[in-house]
Design a protein. Sequence first.
Length: 220
Amino acid sequence: MCAEFKVGLLGAGMMGAEIALSFAASGYPVIMKDMSLEIANRGKARLDGILDKAIRKGRCTAADKELALTRITPTDQYKELGDASLVIEAIVEDFNAKKEVLTEVEAVCTPDCVIATNTSSIPITKLAACLGPERRDKFAGAHFFSPAFVMQLVEIVPGLETDEATVTFLMDLCRKIGKTPIRVKDVTGFVVNRILHAMWIEACRLLEEGVADPKDIDTG
């Protein structure tokens, strides 16, 4: 179905693996890269249980599960991402770590490949500066939410130099895999985390004022 369009994932942890599954379940071949092949394979293995749960809920069939898993190829080699049309970075939330993998993957990607980051807190323009000037127009944020295979919302965040075509590309692709993309400015916390932060502050105030006990505040 989508054999000519390959997606690369940097990171096989909970977020990376479930983002990979979101694409694979929609027909896209995915290369999922981590520091070692063992870690990448473990990330794929965890998806088995996630798909079994989806089967029990009627969201997919056993045949769908097998097809989705066959589309995900674990690797520890950057060179396997060389023919990807899109690479999404989804590693630990640390600027230096992200800078390292973005620099590495840029060296193997084609000039037309779009690179996106799943960061939830680091400015997109700051991360874009880790790439060469000629690549920055094809770089943006694509912030998925956990559990990424289930949650529909994706924040698409252009940086200062992101081309409009890159934004359109990412939003259209999100819709194709059943997600609901929203365009967000490159501000601290983006949209959802800003809202959550305000809710946490209010919850603390309610506790301080003795309005309710912690368990009841959590329930509310």
